[in-house]
Ligand binder design. Sequence first.
Ligand SMILES: Cc1cc2nc3c(=O)[nH]c(=O)nc-3n(C[C@H](O)[C@H](O)[C@H](O)COP(=O)(O)O)c2cc1C
Length: 361
Amino acid sequence: MNRRNLLLGAGALAAAGGAGLAGWSAAVGSTADYDRYSAGLRAAAPADPALADLIRYATLAANGHNTQPWRFRIADAAIDILPDLSRRTPVVDPDDHHLFVSLGCAAENLRMAATATGRPGTLSLEGTAARYEFGRGPARADPLFDAIPLRRCSRTLYDGRPLSSRDLETLERAANTPGVRLILLTDRPRINQARDLVVAGNEAQMTDPAFMAELKRWLRFNPRDAMRTGDGLYSAASGSPVLPAGAGGFAFDRFFGAAAENERYARQIDSSSGLAVFLAEGADPAHWMTVGRACQRFMLAVAALDLRCAFVNQPVEVAGLRPALAALVGETALRPDLMLRFGRGPVLPFSPRRPVASVLV
Ligand SMILES: Cc1cc2nc3c(=O)[nH]c(=O)nc-3n(C[C@H](O)[C@H](O)[C@H](O)COP(=O)(O)O)c2cc1C
């Protein structure tokens, strides 16, 4: 029996023991309501958007555990993007690497949305913050801007077929950023070696109670909780069933084990067309934000081509595995920052986001 069946079983048990269908609906909320909420978050920006619309687009960026560790401050002809250290994840991300990568992803969305809709400007990274200074200019069509509301992580099985060299070049070009190296692995022997590192990393993380406790805090087992908090890892966005919070927590503690997850990650990577490994030429917040910008552009190019991608970061999160990943991509002097798999496949529901008002300083 796989993890999903086990979770479903636990859910059914909880439902049978609970107050029936009405009680279930009250406990988990409605997926139709969630779809409406999701569509509102991703509504197309108007032709001359308000700054709040640009910030909404920024918040649609990828970010670790969907903690959304950012704050936005509107100044005169500028928007500052500041870290929100109350949203750190110290176990998986003890040096705030992911936090600053996430800031870079949001900063790149903001820059792109502003440039495309008539506020061209300059993005500068200053210490642990980013600042976008803008003026007024003509709108400039950009397919990556159009892809901002479409982009998401797709933690699904892909079809395993290789991508054309033209698509691979498009992805590389989109991500091309001074100070960042991107290595695409498309040959099975190296993909297999990277897969084994993912499995080793996953094993280390899932047998660490502190990692599991931190992960559990950011899980949202149903649409009601995902909409209420506007953050975290919504179960349906990872292909897991919707459950009342109590049953979800119970199933997570009892049934969410390393062996099944290792097997799932291995199958997902086997089904992928390739892996993308990002390495910055330095290891400090400015470089991490820069790598986030490059990665966000890569993911938007994936979405614009109607392809899929998902992070498989275990070998960069488990520090002891970084040297092996660096060696695998021929960059032994650098720290690998991010790894994603990509290919063609189905999508799952979008992840939640907090409203703009709650991320403004
Ligand atoms: C720095 C960073 C690290 C991430 N690490 C992982 C990861 O290891 N596994 C994973 O499934 N998703 C990972 N993600 C993806 C986030 O969980 C995802 O972006 C977030 O839940 C929001 O979902 P969305 O990207 O679909 O909007 C990472 C994202 C960032 C920016």
